[in-house]
Design a protein around this ligand. Structure first.
Ligand SMILES: NC(=O)c1ccc[n+]([C@@H]2O[C@H](COP(=O)([O-])OP(=O)(O)OC[C@H]3O[C@@H](n4cnc5c(N)ncnc54)[C@H](O)[C@@H]3O)[C@@H](O)[C@H]2O)c1
Ligand SMILES: [Zn+2]
Ligand SMILES: [Zn+2]
Length: 370
């Protein structure tokens, strides 16, 4: 009998997801069936729920997950039954213009098929009983007991890392740590500012620490986030509601401005501060996003003097290289993940989990599956 399992299904924006029984398709040759053990609630899922990010419906959301491989297709490579895996949301074809230029995040097939919200070969892997195919967010759809992915999306990690910690590596942590380690070109002793200390920003703070930054200035509107940032390696905290972050950055650098600034707030005002806070020739990395049809304005002078601006998705990751590395960093104590989990919830509590995320009460809620 074909596999059936429970998943959270979104039928319309701004309505609660419902827990329904879904039917899985038979595995294609390069498919991998993963039993999901933990799945994090990320901002991008919330944007789909709210309707600011549009995908075809009905859809299973969730793109930050870890689980156990239960079955592999006949031609699946690099992963075996029983492996503990973290899922990647960036499958890529390996032979297009952008793959040939070392930028799988711009892969033409990945970007072309993403909006269809199905598997990487263009076909859905799940259906709703008598109501046709279901969509899956970012080639995943991990808010369910199972998820069928392509072999290149199932990345084995050491079995010692607990699933709830491991799942965070699949999006927020990779994005933040990768920005600092893979892209920031942070030199030993540099002053790094991180604006917005949610899951992504707290990971960026840790990436800056791992890269050997001398000073790490964490900026947020919520003092509780600054306390967490200090625990993760920030040497200074700036409450953006009361203090001018750019001025603090200058104070700490003999008036120059910070060497590297990472935006992980997703706010127009924060993007503006990045340009004011960085030194001439310094590096600005934008991770956050706002509604793609909105404008952000800048004081022109703040953009001058050889500043380098880069907007980055997924921390320039190569998942097969980076996911096990981050899992090992957790296991040796150098990457702190425990405090990023605010709540562990059941699938039935997922709508409350997103309400809490919207109210800013949680860093990460993680859905736990037995
Ligand atoms: N680039 C990527 O690949 C990628 C991946 C995941 C998430 N994101 C984006 O990164 C951003 C952060 O994600 P998250 O999950 O950590 O979100 P989050 O909501 O948990 O964290 C955002 C933090 O920014 C703070 N903040 C908001 N406005 C601020 C301001 N003006 N100044 C200073 N701090 C401010 C909030 O208090 C909060 O602590 C979001 O915009 C999200 O969409 C990007
Ligand atoms: Zn995400
Ligand atoms: Zn490609």
């Amino acid at each position: 009998m074909p596999l059936q399992f429970r998943a959270a299904v979104l039928h319309a924006p701004q309505t609660p997801m419902s827990i329904e029984t879904v039917h899985a398709a038979a595995l294609k040759p390069t498919d991998v069936l993963v039993r999901i053990r933990a799945a994090g609630l990320c901002h991008t899922d919330l944007e789909v729920i709210e309707g600011s990010l549009r995908y075809p419906l009905p859809i299973v959301l969730g793109h930050e997950a870890a689980g156990v491989v239960e079955q592999v297709g006949a031609a699946a490579r690099g992963v075996e039954v029983g492996d503990h895996v973290v899922l990647s949301w960036n499958p890529h074809c390996g032979h297009c213009f952008y793959c040939d230029r070392e930028t799988p995040i711009l892969c033409e097939e990945y970007l072309g098929k993403g909006p269809q919200a199905v598997a990487f070969d263009g076909e859905s892997r799940t259906t709703l009983a008598d109501r046709g195919p279901l969509h899956q967010l970012m080639f995943l759809g991990s808010f369910g007991e199972y998820c069928i992915v392509s072999d290149q999306q199932a990345i084995p990690v050491p079995k010692e890392i607990p699933f709830d910690r491991a799942c965070l590596i699949g999006c927020g942590v990779m994005t933040g740590v990768g920005a600092a380690l893979n892209l920031g070109a942070i030199a030993h002793g540099d002053t790094v500012m991180v604006i917005g200390c949610g899951a992504v920003g707290l990971a960026a703070v840790q990436g800056a620490r791992l890269a050997g930054a001398g000073k790490i200035i964490a900026v947020d509107l919520d003092p509780a986030k600054l306390t967490l940032a200090a625990r993760m390696g920030a040497t200074h905290g700036v409450d953006a509601a009361r203090e001018d972050a750019a001025a603090v950055g200058k104070q700490e650098t003999s008036g120059r401005g910070v060497d590297v600034v990472i935006e992980s707030a997703g706010a127009a005002s924060a993007f503006r501060v990045t340009a004011e806070a960085v030194r001439p020739g310094g590096q600005i990395i934008w991770l956050g996003k706002i509604d793609v049809n909105k404008d952000v304005s800048f004081r022109w002078g703040s953009l001058m003097q050889e500043k380098r601006i880069r907007r980055v998705s997924y921390g320039n990751t190569r998942p097969r290289r980076d996911f096990p590395l981050l899992a090992r960093a957790y296991l040796d104590g150098s990457l702190l993940l425990d405090d990023l989990i605010s709540r562990r919830i059941r699938l039935e509590e997922i709508n409350d989990g997103f309400a809490a995320l919207k109210r800013g009460e949680t860093i990460r809620s993680v859905v736990m599956f037995d």
